[in-house]
Write a protein of this length. Structure first.
Lengths: 308, 294
């Protein structure tokens, strides 16, 4: 009965809305979507079955080599597979650090402040989010130089000169990149979680207080579970952006030393835009896309549920 | 241990955490500003120059100077010769970010009305739009390079503006949709009963009510477009240079030009901080595609 009513209403609705209205309202975005996203995407699938390179003439005459690119990438190219793995590990590490720090700051902000102007501190803490990623990369590039301010401060602490070449050691370079991303995006987690905490209904919390619950119990038993949706939204969105990590990487290490900090963005940039091995890098991009879509289809479901 | 004692401990702990967070947040920004004021000998020095005592404005002058090709000209020898002055990149960024934002907002308003008021495109349409943002941009750049070279859009304003319009559209559509959803439909129905057409009802009744939201969305998109790097890097070859691409040019054969780089950084983030300050209360809504409304 209910479903039938829905169908009838939808038919009536569609009768009420003339076709030109649809064309005016969602025509522009559809045109852009099909011409700049969907068509290129189909082109990319086609190219991924060719060894095409601009030197080989027009792409529509490219030789068809089947799944050769895919087989090579997935079985004989550890460089590509490592870039996928590094991306995954990087995403997991940064979103958890950022979530932890963001939650800590957000909880502190819901308490009474005995010092300073809360509003001002809040504004300052949000500044990194507005920074241009390239400039963030430069700032940390300067800080992590062997003769930069960080090493100098470390030297003061241990009382002898420190000459760590942060960006030239694989593990240290990763630490530098993670610190950079944490600096840039912890404010995002902080902002989202704080707005979540503030909007929670106050009644259950007051009731628990009356019943003698400690603030830790309130936090763990009431506030965190009620924040669940917002936490999921924050984690998913941050993960979506962290997997595209590129700008700071470009400035700070360019994937180096060697290929030690190369993630999927840097790999695709190197093979697609620098070496212009279009066919080969297209296959890589399609694998990246399929992996992402698989992960998204799991990740998006809770976000949609949370948005409704 | 009494609850009060724990509270007091927590207070001290919280105090320390916030002080540390403030230092961590402000130091890189401070370092950029101070570097932009240092003469070349102080860019990298041991011990580091914490406070630029010999402050100069050379680094800023270089940004707006027509750099001569010959070496040895007073004040230019240390920037390694033939640079494009950064003032051009500021203009390029303003054009691409400005028009990209304008078109994205127009498309966003139209599509948001279609989705919010008419459920156009079906229930999965908004998700399809969200996917534009969720697929990695590197996946779309390879075919875009090919397509743009065939259409001669590489290194043109049009090319970058089209890309910026599409890739910020998910933000503008979802954000504006969230504002429209907040306005009761009944207001438009009243208008229609008084003889307005459907479209007129949208634009004459609802649009004025969400004006503030649309402006906030526009500033949010400006921040995104102004900072965009990947598309600007791969879809141009030196004719159009946006600020982020200009920044990469300070890695020269004669070393990294820290001073001018930092000076351009300071110039580039001033509008971002101003916009960011104005839309502070909309930031959460923007970044979560309208899911969080405060």
């Amino acid at each position: 009965m209910h479903a039938k009513g829905n169908v009838r209403r939808r038919i009536l609705d569609s009768l009420n809305k003339p076709r030109w209205l649809t064309a005016v309202l969602i025509g522009p975005i559809l045109t852009l979507f099909f011409s700049i996203l969907l068509f290129p995407f189909l082109l990319e699938i086609y190219l991924s079955y060719t060894p095409w390179h601009p030197r080989l003439g027009d792409w529509w005459n490219a030789e068809f080599i089947g799944v050769e690119n895919y087989v090579y990438l997935l079985t004989k190219d550890p460089r590509f597979l490592w870039s996928l793995a590094r991306t995954g590990i990087f995403v997991i590490i940064v979103i958890f650090i950022e979530f932890g720090l963001g939650l800590l700051l957000a909880t502190l902000f819901t308490r009474k402040f005995r010092f300073g102007e809360k509003r001002t501190i809040f504004t300052i803490l949000l500044l990194p989010m507005m920074m241009m990623p390239i400039i963030v990369g430069y700032n940390f590039y300067m800080i992590f130089q062997p003769r930069g301010p960080l090493n100098y401060v470390l030297g003061l602490i241990i009382q002898q000169p420190v000459e760590i070449n942060w960006l030239n050691e694989p593990l240290l370079a990763w630490i530098a990149l993670i610190v950079t991303d944490v600096w840039h995006w912890t404010p995002f987690m902080f902002l989202i979680l704080l707005s979540g905490l503030i909007s929670l209904p106050q009644n259950p919390i007051d009731a628990a207080k009356v019943l003698g619950a400690t603030s830790w119990q309130i936090f763990k038993g009431i506030q965190l579970p009620m924040l669940r949706n917002i936490i999921i939204i924050a984690l998913v969105i941050r993960a979506m952006e962290a997997k595209n990590f590129f700008d700071e990487l470009f400035i700070m290490t360019r994937g180096g030393p060697g290929t030690a900090t190369e993630n999927i963005s840097m790999w695709t940039y190197q093979f697609g835009a620098v070496n212009v091995r279009i066919g080969f890098s297209s296959a890589g991009a399609i694998i990246i896309l399929i992996t992402t879509v698989l992960i998204i289809s799991f990740a998006v479901r809770p976000i949609i549920r949370a948005m409704r | 241990m009494s609850e009060q004692f724990i509270e007091k401990k927590l207070g001290i702990f919280g105090y320390c955490v916030i002080i540390l967070a403030l230092i961590f947040t402000l130091f890189p920004i401070y370092w950029m500003i101070s570097t932009s004021l240092k003469p070349q000998v102080d860019w990298i020095a041991t011990p580091p120059v914490w406070i630029p005592e010999r402050a100069v404005i050379e680094n800023y002058q270089v940004l707006f100077m027509e750099v001569k090709k010959e070496y040895g000209t007073a004040g230019t020898e240390w920037i390694g010769g033939a640079f494009i002055p950064a003032s051009g990149s500021i203009l390029s960024s303003a054009i691409t970010a400005g028009f990209g934002t304008l078109f994205s907002i127009i498309i966003g308003i139209l599509a948001a009305f279609g989705i919010s008021r008419h459920k156009m495109g079906g229930p999965s349409f908004p998700l399809m739009i969200l996917m534009i943002r969720m697929i990695p941009p590197v996946v779309s750049i390879i075919p875009l390079i090919v397509l743009y070279s065939n259409l001669r859009l590489i290194d043109t304003y049009q090319g970058l503006i089209i890309a910026y319009t599409l890739f910020t559209a998910p933000y503008s559509i979802w954000m504006i949709k969230s504002f429209i959803d907040d306005v009761p439909r009944e207001l438009e129905e009243v208008g229609i009963a008084e003889g307005l057409t459907q479209l007129e009802a949208h634009f004459k009744i609802t649009l004025p009510l969400i004006k503030g939201g649309v402006i906030a969305t526009a500033l949010f998109l400006l921040i995104l477009n102004w900072s965009e790097f990947l598309f600007a890097l791969v879809l141009t070859h030196g004719n159009i240079v946006t600020i982020p691409v200009q920044e990469t040019r300070y890695f020269t054969y004669s070393g990294v030009q820290y001073g001018p780089q930092a000076a351009l950084g300071v110039v580039a983030i001033i509008p971002l901080f101003i916009f960011g300050f104005f839309i502070q209360k909309y930031l959460a809504r923007g970044l979560t595609f309208g899911a969080i409304k405060r």
